[in-house]
Every structure is written in structure tokens, then in C-alpha cells.
Design a protein around this ligand. Structure first.
Ligand code: LLP
Length: 463
């Protein structure tokens, strides 16, 4: 994810030594379908439309900044994952990427399950009618109240993350007269090729129970003894924004190794294996993500092969994609404000949002693309840095990008692929009001999460 900072002059693209912005794109007006939602196109006047609605109309009706989500694209991606894995596997959408009641309903209709990792995500899912038995409950520090709520609601599985939690969930389930279906999350010791903050399979971190030193085997021993628990499988999530399948291969190999040990020691073949989420998407034209059917084929083959070698029945596979479903379906629409050319350095283009609606650039050095969407332009490319309006110099939305040199205050620009981990990680820094999520489709637009208001914020401030 990281590239070095470039001391580039305003139009001197040639000083950039690496990366996809080393040369301006051939046509600044074209929109790469790899990074834009499926129904995004330019109309005859040059303005961008999505779901048949022009961005000018969206900005006028809903204001900026706004997250604009292509409902048809969301449903198509959810369906593609569902179809790719077929009836012998389960797809749990990871709600942390973006969760709202509309999204929960779409997922339920498209036959997906849901992964939640807080009591409030669980409440959102239940309030939108997701059947509890299609919900998985995650987290490294679930409170007793959250566990009670999840068990009480009858969630399909709780993913156990520590020895203490094994005892805690068993105790709560028993006191509620339930036998809770659970998986144990293990860390398989893989170094995933991604930013260290979103890699989760190495042992030195807060998630899961290490396979190393027999700790996971001990966790299984304990879980199998407890009446309140029905151990249905082993879970592994190796990290996020991953393109290389080799990490999943190693993870599957090691998880199946544990299933074999369990069979040998306890005479039990656990029926499920969850390989987590983490599949990467295209944020820029340089990224080449895999299609769900390729991923399904690769994962199914790996697990089947490993199980055959271990003479185990192939367990039911589940996966938990979040970003790969919602990420590409939305863009953030901003209005351009101050444009500041710094002679010999670069040009800063300020927008009416920033790190409060997209913290990913500041936090992970993430790369994004950007385009002028309210009109086309024949002006020459200008190398810019798109920044927000917050009181922090790290408030960067797009580090290096080319926009037309005639860009002016009042123009609308959009940053694609912001569907995942942008609204869900948004903040009120500088008392910014978190933007709405507007769903578009078939020529209509509707707010699915409304913009925060000053009143919303002041109501929390009880003096
Ligand atoms: N399953 C588990 C257990 C997870 O922890 C996660 C993500 C997922 C599934 C979904 O991963 P995905 O398919 O969306 O990559 N805020 C970071 C990403 C953190 C991911 C946390 N866990 C970002 O903006 O890149």
C-alpha cells in the first residue's frame, strides 16, 4: 500500500519515479470500470451518472460530501459471491465494511449470511430482519451483555477468540438453557502481504488463538468438554486487501492439519471451516482483483485437496467478504473548494470532507483514484493532492492524482471504491457531520443513511 512521498512540481509528472501516477492517463475524462461502480457512465453532456441519476442532481438534492452507492452493483456482487460458492458453502458478508438496514435486507434477499462484531451491529441486523441463524458473531472482547444478546437471539454461530471467552460463552449459554454453536478462531502464523494494521494471521496480535504450541488444540479440548457449546468448526482470517492466494493456501493447510489432529485425538470430524474475508479490490487501475468464481474455485480446491490428503470428509466452507462486495459499489462525491498551487512543490485541491469521511489514506497510506465528474475537460493534466478541510496536515484523501488544470471551485469530483471502511470508520473530527449514504438505481435515488445534523451532535452534548 505504501509508496514514498514525491516532491513533485505542479505539472512535473516526470519527476515521479514510480507508481501509476508517474504519467498522466491518456484520457482524464475516461472512467476505468475496474474502479467505478458498474452503472457509472458519462452522459451526452459529459456529466457522470450512476444508476441513471446525474451527480449534479445528487449534489443538489443531497448535498456534498455524500457516499453514493450503486444498489444494482451491490446486489450483483453479493449474488456473484453467493453463486460462486454454491449451496455447499456459506457467504457471510462482513458488516464492519459497511452496515445499514437497507444493505441487510439486500443481503437477506440475495441469500447471504452476515458477520457482525458488536452488539449494535447485531441489533442493526436483527432490526432489518436478518434471521438470527444466518448471523455470525465475532470480536476479541465481546462483553457479557453482547454474548447474552447473541445467544438469546439465537445467532447461528459465535466465533470464540480466547480461552476466557470459551468459558464465558459456555457459562452464559448454559445459564440461558442453550447449546450455542461456536467456531474457534485460530491464528495460523501466516504473514499476509498487506498493511501491518490489517494483517491478522501472524501470532503476535490480539485476534485468535495460536495454532503454535498446541494452544488451539487445547482450546478445542476445552470447548468439546463444555455442555453449553457445540463446536462446529475452525475459523481463520488472515488479513485484508489481499491479492495473493498463497496466504489462504497456507491457512487452509494448517487449519485442516488441526482438523486432522482433532479427529485423531477425539474421534470427531468438525463439519465446518471458515476462511474469513480479506480479498482485495481495485482502488486504482493498477490493482487486479480476482473474480469471486476464481476465488471460490481456488479455495474449494485447496480445502478439498488438503482434506483428501488427511483422509477427512471435506467440511462445509464459509467465507466472510466485506470489502470485495461493498467496496467497489460506492464513490464519495465532493465539491471542490480552495485550490492552492505551491510553486515548485505541488497543487493542493481542498474538498468539503476529508479524513472524517475517509481515514484510510491517513491510517494505511491507502491509494485512491479521483475524477472530475460534473463535466468533461480538455485541459492538460495537473498533478494534485486532494485534501480535506480538517485541522491536520495529514488530512489527505488522494495523495497523488491528475485532474484537469482548469479545475475550479464548485466543480464536483468523486473518489471511487469508497464503499468499504469509509462510512463505517467515519468520525466527527472538527465536529464534521458524517455524510449520508445515498442508494441509486433505476433512475431514482434515496437516502439509506441520512446526513448527521448539528442537532444530532448537540443532542449528545449534555453540558
Ligand atoms: N472476517 C473477519 C473476521 C474480519 O476481521 C474481517 C475484517 C473480515 C471478515 C472482512 O474483511 P474484508 O473482506 O472486508 O477485507 N479498516 C481496514 C480493514 C479492517 C478489516 C477488519 N476485519 C481497512 O479499511 O482496510
Amino acid at each position: 500500500m505504501s509508496r514514498s512521498a514525491h516532491p513533485a512540481g505542479p505539472r512535473h509528472a516526470d519527476v515521479l519515479s514510480e507508481g501509476h501516477y508517474a504519467a498522466p492517463p491518456a484520457d482524464l475524462n475516461s472512467l476505468d470500470p475496474k474502479v467505478w461502480a458498474q452503472t457509472v457512465t458519462r452522459d451526452a453532456d459529459g456529466a457522470v451518472t450512476v444508476g441513471g441519476v446525474s451527480v449534479a442532481r445528487l449534489a443538489e438534492e443531497f448535498g456534498t460530501p455524500a457516499y453514493v452507492l450503486d444498489e444494482a452493483d451491490f446486489r450483483a456482487r453479493a449474488r456473484a459471491w453467493r453463486t460462486a460458492f454454491g449451496q455447499d458453502a456459506d457467504v457471510f458478508y462482513a458488516g464492519k465494511a459497511f452496515l445499514s438496514r437497507a444493505v441487510v435486507r439486500w443481503l437477506a434477499e440475495e441469500g447471504l449470511n452476515l458477520d457482525v462484531c458488536s452488539g449494535t451491529e447485531l441489533a442493526t441486523a436483527l432490526s432489518a430482519g436478518m434471521p438470527a441463524d444466518r448471523i455470525a458473531f465475532h470480536g476479541n472482547n465481546k462483553s457479557a451483555a453482547e454474548i447474552e444478546r447473541a445467544v438469546g437471539a439465537g445467532v447461528g454461530r459465535i466465533v470464540l477468540d480466547s480461552f476466557q471467552e470459551i468459558a464465558r460463552v459456555a457459562h452464559i449459554a448454559q445459564s440461558l438453557g442453550r447449546r450455542q454453536r461456536v467456531q474457534i478462531r485460530v491464528t495460523v502464523g501466516v504473514e499476509a502481504h498487506t498493511h501491518e494494521f490489517i494483517a491478522t494471521a501472524h501470532e503476535d496480535q490480539k485476534f485468535g488463538i495460536p495454532l503454535a504450541g498446541g494452544q488451539a488444540a487445547e482450546a478445542v479440548r476445552r470447548a468439546l468438554k463444555l455442555d453449553g457449546l457445540e463446536l462446529i468448526g475452525i475459523h481463520s482470517h488472515i488479513g485484508s486487501q489481499i491479492f495473493d492466494m498463497s496466504g489462504f493456501e497456507v491457512a487452509a493447510h494448517r487449519v485442516v492439519g488441526l482438523l486432522r489432529e482433532i479427529r485423531d485425538e477425539h474421534g470427531v470430524e468438525l463439519p465446518e471451516i471458515d476462511l474469513g474475508g480479506g480479498l482485495g479490490i481495485a482502488y486504482t487501475s493498477d490493482d487486479d482483483p480476482r473474480e469471486p468464481h476464481e476465488i471460490a474455485k481456488a479455495l474449494t480446491e485447496i480445502v478439498t485437496r488438503e482434506c483428501e490428503a488427511a483422509r477427512l470428509r471435506t467440511p462445509r466452507i464459509s467465507v466472510e467478504p466485506g470489502r470485495a462486495i461493498v467496496g467497489p459499489t460506492a464513490f464519495t462525491l465532493y465539491e471542490v473548494g480552495t485550490i492552492k498551487p505551491l510553486e515548485g512543490l505541488r497543487t493542493y485541491v481542498s474538498v468539503d470532507g476529508g479524513m472524517s469521511d475517509n481515514i484510510r489514506t491517513a491510517l494505511y497510506d491507502a491509494e485512491y483514484s479521483v475524477a472530475l465528474v460534473s463535466r468533461t475537460s480538455d485541459a492538460e493534466p495537473l498533478l494534485v493532492r486532494v485534501v480535506g478541510k480538517h485541522c491536520e496536515s495529514g488530512d489527505i484523501v488522494v495523495k497523488d492524482a491528475f485532474l484537469p488544470a482548469d479545475l475550479a471551485p464548485g466543480d464536483l469530483i468523486a473518489v471511487p471504491a469508497t464503499g468499504a471502511y469509509c462510512r463505517s470508520m467515519a468520525s466527527n473530527y472538527n465536529h464534521a457531520l458524517r455524510p449520508p449514504v445515498v442508494a441509486v438505481g433505476d433512475g431514482a435515488a434515496r437516502v439509506i443513511v441520512r446526513r448527521e445534523t448539528e442537532d444530532d451532535l448537540l443532542r449528545l452534548d449534555v453540558g
